[in-house]
Each structure stands twice: as structure tokens, then as C-alpha cells.
Design a protein around this ligand. Structure first.
Ligand SMILES: [Zn+2]
Length: 327
């Protein structure tokens, strides 16, 4: 198989593109684009596009001929079954589940598949048999637990006294925001340091506390407004004043929780911790960001939290925090 045949097979659907549940959103599109470029280049479609090096003794015509030759070699190359086809260090070949950079092979005339990945910890390429399923292929919440010994839970956008990763592991390790595995690793690291954390979009959130003081929700705050805005004129008119009041209360108090304050997620996240954990400098930073820290009184003990990073459009609760142990 050569690249033009692979292109035809993939676009006609006679070849499958099997990533075993890994989630590089645009891998197929990108592969097709790359092949298209090689085909175009070989046919002279990119002639004249090359930067002339000042020291280059070649004319543009000679450079064009060289480049056509280069692309022609790429598209003429025969890929044998099982032969590694692409070494792809591009973000679009990175799995948004487990974070690996994937390598594809031409399995046979009918299949391009994931064969292995680059293991950043081992700094080496790891081969996998076909069928290596992504362990993070299904979305699941990030989870953790922290202690609140003082009974004052403090929330804000970002406490800057703890990094997202242990010293020296910030780059090139599993602690990354772009994959499900990475976000869970950051959550684990933060929780070990007493901070509950959840990655959001650029939004603002409210801190809602249940009157029993054993449950907190981090949720969008525009719910009631949004609900009424989405009604047609007839629907709105059909509501009695009592209906409106009841609905507004229900939507403003999700699952019986009451709003205690809100902040904007400029750093695309919320964080919460025991008030005793936060140095004054970190609280001052929150205030500088026009985000006063929100302190809520709750029951002392161990709190478990669960955060939904991939929040479906019709849902508005980012995270649930629950008291699990009063010791
Ligand atoms: Zn994966």
C-alpha cells in the first residue's frame, strides 16, 4: 500500500481507521490532509512556495524539482503490513483520554490502526498489540478527597501556593490539562496537598451549600435567568406569579443548596481547601483577581469531591462535594 492508495481506501470506506477507543479528535482528518499535501506537492501544486536560502545556489526551478522529487518519494513508498507508518508528535495525534502520542501502522490492506505510543516516563516508544484499549475512553468525573479540620471551607479560582504537579514534573509528565488521565493526576496531586480542584471552561460558578452543611455544589449561577429567557412569550405569560416564584426558587437552589457566593474562573477552574491551608498571599492573589475568597461554614471531617470536566450542555452542576467522615 502506498499513501495515495491509503487515502483512497480511507475516504471510500474500504479501509478502517482503528484507534481502539483513544481520542485524538482530528487524527484521521490530519492524516488525510498530510497525504493530500504529499500528492499535491508531487504534482507540482506547491511549486514556487519555497523559501530561497541566500546561500542556496539553486534556482527556484531547481528547488521545485527537488521538492517534487521529495513528495514523489513519499507517495511512492510501499508500506508493508505491520510497518510503522507515522511517527506523530503532533497534538492532534495525542489522546485526550490517556494523553499518549500515538503511532499508527498499516495493519493490512484494509486497516490503519494504532500500534503503540511514546511513553514519556520511559522516554521511549512502546509497542502494543492491536486491541490496546484506551483506559480513559469513557468520560468519567475526576475525584478525590481532602480534610476540612477547621470547618471553614474556602473556595476560589486558583490558590497559587501549590503547583499542578510535583517539583520537576510540571512538563513532559502525566500532569497535563489536556487529557483525562492528566486532569485526574493533577486532582490527585492537589488533593494530597489538601486542595479540591476541578477544571472548567472560562465561566463563573457559584458555591452552593446545603443547610445540613454536609454537601456543597459548584454550579453555574445563570440558571434561573437562562430558564426564563428560553421561554416563548406564550409560555412565559402562561406562568402565574406563584409559578414564577416557585420556579425561580427551585432553579436558584439546586437540590436544596443555597448560594453562598460566586467567582469567575479566569484560570478555568475552581479550587477549594480548608481555610487553615491557605497562606495569606494566596488569598490576596484571589482578591487581586477581583475574586474574593468564599468562605463557607461546614461540618468538619473528610470531604469527597467529584467533578465533571466534560459537562453536558443541559447540565449545570460542575462538582459535588460531600462529607464522608466526621473524624
Ligand atoms: Zn487513550
Amino acid at each position: 500500500m502506498n499513501l495515495p492508495q491509503i487515502y483512497d481506501g480511507l475516504t471510500a470506506g474500504t479501509m478502517t481507521f482503528n484507534l481502539y477507543g483513544h481520542l485524538p479528535a482530528r487524527a484521521l482528518e490530519r492524516l488525510l490532509q498530510a497525504i493530500q499535501r504529499d500528492i499535491k506537492g508531487a504534482a507540482g501544486g506547491l511549486d514556487g512556495k519555497w523559501n530561497m536560502d541566500r546561500n542556496d545556489k539553486k534556482t527556484m526551478e531547481e528547488l521545485n524539482a527537488d521538492m517534487r522529487d521529495f513528495f514523489q518519494r513519499a507517495i511512492s513508498r510501499e508500506y508493508r503490513p505491520g510497518e510503522l507508518m507515522l511517527w506523530t508528535d503532533h497534538p492532534e495525534y495525542e489522546c485526550q483520554g490517556c494523553g499518549v502520542h500515538m503511532k499508527l501502522v498499516c495493519v493490512n490492506d484494509n486497516e490503519i490502526a494504532l500500534k503503540g505510543y511514546y511513553d514519556r516516563k520511559a522516554n521511549d516508544f512502546v509497542q502494543h498489540e492491536a486491541g490496546f484499549l484506551c483506559p480513559f475512553r469513557d468520560p468519567k468525573p475526576t475525584t478525590g478527597s481532602i480534610k476540612i479540620p477547621s470547618g471553614i471551607f474556602v473556595f476560589g479560582n486558583f490558590f497559587n501556593h501549590i503547583d499542578d504537579a510535583p517539583e520537576g514534573k510540571r512538563y513532559g509528565d502525566i500532569y497535563e490539562l489536556s487529557s483525562r488521565q492528566g486532569r485526574q493526576a493533577i486532582t490527585d496531586f492537589k488533593a494530597e496537598n489538601g486542595i479540591a480542584y476541578g477544571q472548567t471552561t472560562n465561566t463563573s460558578v457559584g458555591v452552593y451549600v446545603h443547610p445540613n452543611k454536609d454537601s456543597i455544589l459548584i454550579a453555574e449561577t445563570y440558571l434561573a435567568d437562562g430558564y426564563f429567557e428560553n421561554l416563548s412569550d406564550e409560555e412565559y405569560k402562561a406562568l402565574s406569579t406563584a409559578d414564577k416564584k416557585r420556579l425561580k426558587k427551585e432553579l436558584s437552589e439546586p437540590e436544596g443548596h443555597k448560594l453562598k457566593g460566586q467567582f469567575s474562573c479566569g484560570v478555568w477552574r475552581w479550587e477549594g481547601t480548608d481555610s487553615k491551608n491557605v497562606p495569606q498571599a494566596s488569598l490576596d492573589l484571589l482578591v487581586e483577581q477581583c475574586n474574593p475568597a468564599i468562605k463557607v461554614k461546614v461540618k468538619k471531617g473528610r470531604w469527597q469531591f467529584e467533578h465533571q470536566h466534560e459537562l453536558p450542555r443541559d447540565q449545570h452542576i460542575w462538582a459535588r462535594l460531600k462529607l464522608t467522615d466526621t473524624n
